[in-house]
Design a protein around this ligand. Structure first.
Ligand code: UDP
Ligand code: MG
Length: 325
């Protein structure tokens, strides 16, 4: 079997310090992989400059003059990591690559396991998730917040691969499926598991950033997590409804309690009706909000217009005569 034509995709935002090192290392790795027969020689490395404000674009543009396998694109403005990845995937798809491997431009995703990704692809897997087996190089804060993030996501029912970020391989047909998701609030690591197709994992040790600092400060991380929850789950709405019913039920217990107190004469006048109305109305309002929320939740799911299925295989004479893909 001939070696596959694969595109490495690296999004960059203000990475002028990391890029000179990254480009050298990824180039060496790329050429070694071609030499060892893992990659076909018309593979490529694609850098997406996500509207950087530093020298990132100058560095990328000048490098692409020297190397025929280096592709670079620049987005018109800073559109965010997820959109930068999507832009790169779209370009790579149009250029006809058989698969794309996405990774961070700071080389925190260990490039020494790239051959494992390619092996898995050759075995027939459409999606290969890079999973961090070790995060000791991350700061304590980053590790702990990441843990809370995964736990929260699970609680909210978002289908995440544990300890997987955006180091992943996707086959052409998986990318095609992904590109058919019309949503604006992109949360790739939640969407990719929704695609189905044969998938597997590759383990690696998370590396130190080669240079520069993180482009994901706490504020961006929180926005990212919120986006993940709100674009995958209507669970919070359900909680309002459930709380409403609980409070509403309690209000009747309170009514009983208040009446007993009144009969035994332990109350000031007016307390009975007040305390009951408080719980009754509170419950009623919550239930009403929940019901309205349930409808909004359904509108929200409909509005996304997500595709409902993807065909993985086709067999049969008619398909062979007139192939779909
Ligand atoms: N990145 C991007 N656009 C942004 C923020 C980040 O393209 O708005 C890129 C960044 O250059 C890097 C990758 O996304 O290649 C991951 O970001 P970073 O390494 O800063 O995140 P961390 O690893 O600290 O979570
Ligand atoms: Mg990083």
């Amino acid at each position: 079997m001939s070696s596959p034509r694969i595109c490495f995709l690296l999004p960059c935002y203000n990475e002028e310090h990391a890029l000179p090192i990254t480009i050298e290392k990824i180039k060496d790795k790329f050429q070694a992989l071609i030499h060892q027969g893992f990659l076909s020689s018309n593979s490529a490395i694609l850098f997406v400059d996500d509207g950087s404000k530093d020298k990132t674009w100058e560095i990328l543009a000048s490098q692409s003059q020297n190397e025929p396998f280096l592709l670079v694109i620049r987005l018109s403005k800073n559109s965010g990591h997820q959109n930068a990845l999507l832009a790169g995937l779209t370009e790579a798809y149009v250029l006809g690559f058989e698969a794309v491997i996405t990774m961070d431009a700071d080389l925190q995703d260990d490039i020494d396991v790239l051959e494992d990704f390619i092996k898995k692809f050759s075995e027939g897997y459409d999606i290969v998730y890079g999973v961090r087996s070790d995060r000791t190089t991350d700061s304590f804060f980053k590790r702990e917040t990441a843990l809370v993030f995964y736990k929260l996501m699970r609680l909210f029912g978002v289908p995440l691969v544990y300890n997987h970020a955006d180091y992943r391989l996707m086959s052409r047909r998986a990318i095609e499926a992904l590109l058919s998701f019309p949503e604006r609030n992109l949360f790739l690591r939640g969407l990719v598991p929704l695609l189905g197709f044969p998938s597997t994992e590759v383990f690696y040790k998370r590396q130190q950033r080669v240079a520069g600092e993180t482009k994901y400060p706490l504020k961006k991380m929180i926005a990212f997590a919120l986006n993940g929850i709100t674009s995958f789950s209507i669970q919070p709405i359900r909680w309002v409804t459930i709380t409403g019913f609980v409070v509403f039920s309690i209000s009747f217990l309170i009514l009983l309690y208040a009446l007993v107190k009144k009969i035994t004469g332990e109350t000031v006048s007016g307390w009975t009706s007040l305390i009951f109305s408080l719980w009754f109305l509170g419950g009623l309002i919550l239930v009403s909000l929940g019901i309205i929320g349930e409808y909004i939740g359904r509108i929200y799911v409909e509005v996304k217009q997500r595709p409902r299925f993807f065909v993985e295989k086709r067999e049969g004479r008619l398909f062979r005569e007139k192939p779909h893909v």
